[in-house]
Ligand binder design. Structure first.
Ligand SMILES: [Zn+2]
Length: 479
């Protein structure tokens, strides 16, 4: 895809020049939220009449209105009858270099903020290899670019390396990426080399379960994190793991075909029988993961969107947020050429079945206490998963499948921050406490009563910078 980064960069520069004064003023003077119904996410509580004081990028004080001294020259935000909670994290998404071009009607960085998402973790920057995610992070941190905090791996390790992957691992560590992303096509030998080098360097590893390696190999080598619940799907398929394909796409086609063929008998079962058989099917995988402290990204909205695209295309395209997808996306869906339309062609019936299987895994993984991370896989622009908006869909899917609203929000706040600490040593967001980064969302209604209330946003603070409702609405206007 052709990128046109310059116009967006120029307009951002102009915005920065116009607003630089106010940003620095904002950072010099404290901001005080008063009369808030506070959802600190330290436990399942709502504390009425609370004051939160922010200075610079951090929360410096939290306490009841009547006991918390107001600093001088503070900007005051009255939160009467509103709810203040920590900003959310999308723990598996993809940065794309064309975000800075007019291919996207609105920069996804702004879509995230407008949706209360103050941390994004990229599982493989797309569109141009290299360090642009780290550059964007620095620009956001310094107030030269508007967006959430970015955590990112380097270019994905997809296998078929021309030289020993050890050097790539060392290079990515040296470039200060936050973690390594391993993809499905890495061979067994490559995987061992990557993992042993990463361990020596104390470099956090996350990714797919490579086809040649399988879950047993992944657990034996101690990969730190699994990139999707759906990665476990391949464990239910008996395929030849010793195979080698020169072209990586052939691997995927082979595995999908084998898996669908073996799961076909399940399609004929009635709902109750199917449910029971799914219980039996997932049991060995659940047993292997029980007692392990290995985080898994949920990304169930992918399944949800696949089913919509295949079976309710009109409704899918009518969703208001679809207008934020990159140019040409709608046309691709209408022409039947969209990624999942092609991937499921002739096997459409497997999509709802796969979704049921992934939901089953979600429920079981929650039961055995795996750290589950709120995540969407948004950002590529090719799958119909809209950055920011989709995180609220994911929250709702978690609640529909047995999470309390508090547990669902924890997956994108406290659990997320603790997993980030494993990567970079900093557990600095996800709760409203002094010393944490000032990432906050002000909501009109209580999200612990109804998870869809996380969409009713009247303001967002990201690293101490406040965006009121009017500003967030402007973000959502097409540029
Ligand atoms: Zn992904």
């Amino acid at each position: 895809m052709k990128c046109h980064p310059i116009p967006r960069m120029l307009s951002l520069l102009v915005i920065w020049l116009l607003t630089a004064g106010s940003i620095s003023a904002q950072e010099n003077n404290p901001t005080v939220f008063i009369h808030a119904n506070l959802i600190p996410m330290t436990s399942e509580i709502v504390l009425p009449d609370q004051t939160v004081i922010v200075h610079g990028k951090k929360i410096i004080a939290v306490g009841p209105d009547n006991l918390t001294a107001m600093p001088q020259k503070a900007r005051v935000i009255d939160c009467s009858s509103a709810y203040l909670m920590p900003g959310l994290a999308d723990m598996h998404m993809h940065l794309r270099y064309n975000w800075m071009s007019d291919v996207w009607p609105v920069s996804p960085l702004k879509l995230y903020l407008a949706n209360g998402v103050t941390t994004i973790r990229c599982f493989g920057p797309l569109g141009k290899p290299g360090r642009y995610g780290l550059t964007w992070r620095k620009e956001i941190d310094e107030g030269r670019l508007v967006g959430p905090n970015i955590l990112t791996c380097g270019p994905q390790l997809r296998g078929h390396f021309k030289k020993d992957p050890e050097n790539i691992v060392i290079s990515q560590k040296y470039q200060q990426f936050d973690f390594l992303k391993i993809y499905s096509y890495v061979t067994r030998d490559e995987y061992y080399s990557i993992m042993s080098t990463a361990k020596k360097l104390k470099f956090y590893t996350a990714g797919h379960i490579p086809f040649q390696v399988g879950l047993d190999g992944v657990l034996a080598q101690g990969m730190d994190e699994i990139a999707h619940i759906e990665e476990l799907l391949w464990e239910f398929s008996d395929f030849d793991r010793r195979r080698y394909f020169k072209r990586e796409g052939e691997w995927m086609t082979y595995v999908i075909r084998q898996t669908f063929r073996q799961l076909e008998p399940y399609l004929e079962l009635g709902p109750q029988d199917r449910d029971r058989r799914l219980d039996d099917m997932v049991a060995p995988v659940v047993r292997k993961l029980k007692g392990r402290d290995i985080p898994v990204c949920t990304t169930l909205v992918v399944d949800d969107v696949i089913v919509q695209k295949l079976f309710e295309q009109d409704l899918f395209l009518e969703k208001p947020e679809i207008k934020y997808m990159p140019n040409g996306y709608r046309e691709r869906v209408l022409a039947g050429k969209e990624k999942h339309q092609r991937q499921f062609k002739g096997g459409e019936v497997f999509a709802p079945f796969k979704y049921a299987l992934d939901k089953k895994l979600l429920i079981k993984f929650k039961k055995i206490g795996l750290p589950l991370l709120l995540s969407t896989d948004a950002g590529t622009g090719g799958m119909g998963i809209v950055p920011g908006f989709s995180l609220h869909d994911e929250l709702e899917i978690l609640v529909e499948n047995g999470f309390t609203p508090y547990e669902a929000i924890a997956a994108g706040t406290t659990v997320a921050s603790k997993v980030v600490a494993r990567m970079n040593g900093q557990d600095n967001f996800g709760v409203i406490l002094p010393g944490k980064r000032a990432d906050l969302v002000l909501l009109k209604q209580n999200p612990l009563k109804d998870i869809s209330n996380t969409r009713k946003i009247s303001g967002v603070m990201a690293a101490g910078r406040w965006y009121d409702e009017e500003t967030l609405d402007e973000f959502l206007e097409k540029q």
